[in-house]
Structure formats: C-alpha cells, structure tokens
Design a binder for this molecule. Sequence first.
Ligand SMILES: Cc1cc2nc3c(=O)[nH]c(=O)nc-3n(C[C@H](O)[C@H](O)[C@H](O)COP(=O)(O)OP(=O)(O)OC[C@H]3O[C@@H](n4cnc5c(N)ncnc54)[C@H](O)[C@@H]3O)c2cc1C
Length: 509
Amino acid sequence: MDGAHPVIIIGAGPAGLATAACLSVRSIPYLILEREDCIASLWRHRTYSRLKLHLDKRFCQLPHMPHPADSPTYMPRDRFIRYLDDYAAKFDVVPEFGSDVESAVFREGDGRWVVKVRRVENGEEREYVGRYLVAATGENAEPNVPKIEGIEGFSGELIHSADYKNGTKYKGKRVLVVGSGNSGMEIAYDLSSHGAVTSICVRGEVQVMSKEMINFGMHLLKYNMPLTIVDSFLILLSNIKYGDLSKFGIKKPKDGPFFLKATVGRSPVIDVGTIHKIKKGEIQVLPAISFIEGDWVKFTNGESHYFDTILFATGYKSLANKWLKDEKNFLNEKGLPARKFPDHWKGENGIYSAGLSRRGLEGIASDARLISNDIDSTLKSERSMTKPSYEAYREERTIFPSKVLPAISFIEGDWVKFTNGESHYFDTILFATGYKSLANKWLKDEKNFLNEKGLPARKFPDHWKGENGIYSAGLSRRGLEGIASDARLISNDIDSTLKSERSMTKPSC
Ligand SMILES: Cc1cc2nc3c(=O)[nH]c(=O)nc-3n(C[C@H](O)[C@H](O)[C@H](O)COP(=O)(O)OP(=O)(O)OC[C@H]3O[C@@H](n4cnc5c(N)ncnc54)[C@H](O)[C@@H]3O)c2cc1C
C-alpha cells in the first residue's frame, strides 16, 4: 500500500486535469493516476490532424483559466493541446503516468477506496487508498466497432477514427466511412479533399447545423431563452441554409439539437463543408450496412459497393464500469452515470464522476467545480463537528502536513476556533509565542532606566547605560552581536570612570 490520499482521480484528460486544478485551488491534496505517458492522450494520440474544437472557445475552457483573447474562436487541435499543457503546468498537475487502474473497491471497514493499479512498464501491481474517488476516465476510453456479418473476410484496411490522422495515403482509394457523427462527417470531408473516392454510411437521422448556428443557440440558452424556442429557431436556420437533405440520403429528426443533446446525449453534426461535397456528388451517402462479402459491402437499399478501406467513425465507449467495483450502481452498464443530469456527478461513499455526462468540455468544467466544492465542504464540516479518532487524526496530519491557519478566536473544550470560522481539534497546543523580560520586576529603579516590558527605555544606541551606575547587557533585541557590543561598551565605560576617578583623587599616605 502506498500511503493514504484524500482524493484519488483516475484519468488525466481534461476532466481529470480540471478536477485536480479545482482541488489544488482549495488546497486539497490529491493523487492523479493515468495509464498513458502523457496528459490528454485522447487529444494527442487519437484525434485527426484537421480537427478543431466544434464549439466556441468560451464553451471549451476549464475552470480558473480562460483561453487567451488572441486565440482563435474555434481552436485547432494543436492549440487546444497547448492550452491543456499550460493548464497542467499552471496548477502543477503531475499525474502518476503509466498507472493502469484495474479496480477500485470501497472498503466498508474504514470507509476508504482501495485502488489497484498495474504499472504499464513492468506489470507490477500497486495499491492506493483514498477517501474520495473521482472517475475521470472519459466517455471515449475505447473505440467502439460494430459487429458486421462477414467483416472477417474483408481483405482491405479496417480502421477506427481514433487511428486516422489525415487522408494523404487514401488518394484514389475507395473508402467507406461508417458513422455520421461529427468525426465521421469531418473525416469524410478530409478524405474527399485528399482525393479519396469517399462514401459515408448514414444510418439514422442527423441534425445538421453550422458552427455559427450552434454558437448562437448556446448564447441564447445562456440568457435563459427556453430550449424549445432556441431549437425551433435553429431548425428554421438549418432548413434555410441546407434545404431538404433527404434527397441526398440524410434524414433530419423532428426534435431540435439541444433537446436531443439533453435527452439522449446525441450531438448535432456541425458541418465543416461535408454537406456541400455531398450535394456536389463528391461524397456518396449510403444507408446502413446489411453484410460484407469479401471486399464488397451490401447495403440495406440493396446496393453493393467495393471498398479498399472501411473507416469506423462509430464512437467510443466508457470503460469505467470495468474497473469500478461499485455495488451502489453509481454507473450504468455503459460505464456512464446511472443518475441523470444534474444529479449525475456524485454517488455514495465519496465517489464522483467528471466528464461522463456527455456534455463536452463545458460539462467537464462544471463537474470539476461541483466535485471540488463538495469535497471541500465535506472535509471542513467533518473536521468542525467530530472529534477525530486517533487514526483519522494521524491521517489528517498526513493529508495536511503543514496546514496554515489564521489567528485563534477562542478555544472551546479541545476545539480551537479560528478567525476564518474553521474549528479544529488538537491534542497539543504548542506556543512558540516568545518570551518576556522580568528585569523590571526586581529592578527598583525610579529613573525609569527600563520600561514596563523590562527592556531599556532608551532606544539603541543609548540603551545600555542609565543613571547612578546602572547598565543593561543583552536587553536590546540585537542577539549575540548586540550582547558582545553591550559588554564592551559597559566594561570600557566602567573602566574609564574608575580610571578618571582614581586620577582625580589624591591618594592617602
Ligand atoms: C474527436 C473528438 C472531438 C471533440 N471535440 C469536442 C469539442 O469541440 N468540444 C467539446 O466540448 N468536447 C469535445 N469532445 C468531447 C470531450 O470534450 C473530449 O472527449 C474530452 O477529451 C473528454 O475529456 P475527459 O477527460 O472526460 O476524457 P479523455 O480525454 O478521454 O481522458 C480520459 C483519460 O483517462 C485515461 N484512462 C482511461 N482509463 C484509464 C484507466 N483504467 N486507468 C488510468 N487511466 C485511464 C485515458 O488514458 C485518458 O487520458 C470531443 C471528443 C472527441 C473524441
């Protein structure tokens, strides 16, 4: 076992980083475990080169660090990765990399989470114990590839969007993109722009919007315009801009984009130019796949087409329910919070989830704030209400090895109340509050050589000598150097007084 931690965060993507930053702003220590060797591995290793944030940067920033004013409204991937690197540096987030979490179990006996980790570099097992656990392993932990009859006989390339970088090597190749979400639509555009003979499989209904429309809608929602009105407005704008897409094989749902996002977590497709290419016939739209026979794909409309590559832009799945051994069903069978927004982020026994509610970076920022506030207020109220057990007291000392508190207001029993309102229990109070001189207690000195504190009334450098042959040594707050100087001054003074007295008095015979 590797010590006890107040909070263990699993995952160092945007959600883990945001939670870590919010905790550190509140001076709550944490441990952050990450299976990869870098932060934001999804963005660094599993996104395509031309990716830009789909939303205005103001809806894509993490707590306590807005994007710089000079950064583009729709941030390119590389710029966003730089932002995340700067964010981690600013809040000093240093994950324990190469730590693949295999299980997290709540231990009833002492109310702690026991997290088992497999070290990636050597397979070694480690165990960590924490009071609170934050699941931040992402909705996109593992690529999702659908089962398709006959796929094992396909001799061309099968690739997931997670491994796609750009279309350079696909020039002249026949590529089928399966999935018509944002990644699928954008990758189809990229492939076609690189000269691939591109088809896209659009199975369900798709709500197509432009970036500007979604941005406008998000601002209206921010100013509390009812969602149904915003949705109706956006559907109208989309119809004006894109027209009837059903003749190109794209059916639109009757529900609006924000309603669908809120109810089933489905994002609208934010068009990057794909619709124009579809209308021009540069990208072919096909319906769902029935089965695959050799290198030929058969579709539900009866057509068959030959492909060199099938690219699955079929999303990802969360794996949090694989490692979280959670008897209270905080997560559902998809590894996402069982409770609906806005109650999704907190479970029982000190478990939280960040970034698992399909609300993008804005949802991540809100989860991180809620979680850190909750942990902070629980820690504070527990400390102020309960006399801690010896073990809890020892643990708290480990957790807060050097807590700085303001001035004491008063003491009540064994509890010390501070001027910031906090109360803490103590076994010992050690006063490092200095000393006082007692010289004015024994010196009966009518000439006020010493003040009421027992220190020389006259200021340095006239402090050392009074009237009637009185001196002080070491009472001028100047340490040993002052003492040495006082001693020299006093002995010189006494010596010269004595000498001059002796030279003035005629000795007796
Ligand atoms: C292509 C793409 C584009 C997107 N664009 C936008 C956008 O424009 N705007 C927006 O708001 N949202 C966008 N999103 C959605 C979302 O914001 C991102 O997916 C974001 O990265 C989610 O952050 P996260 O920290 O929750 O998950 P992730 O970024 O997936 O991070 C999770 C981390 O947990 C680690 N991990 C997983 N399992 C374990 C384990 N067992 N042990 C230890 N570590 C583990 C992973 O290695 C990873 O580093 C996009 C998503 C994708 C896929």
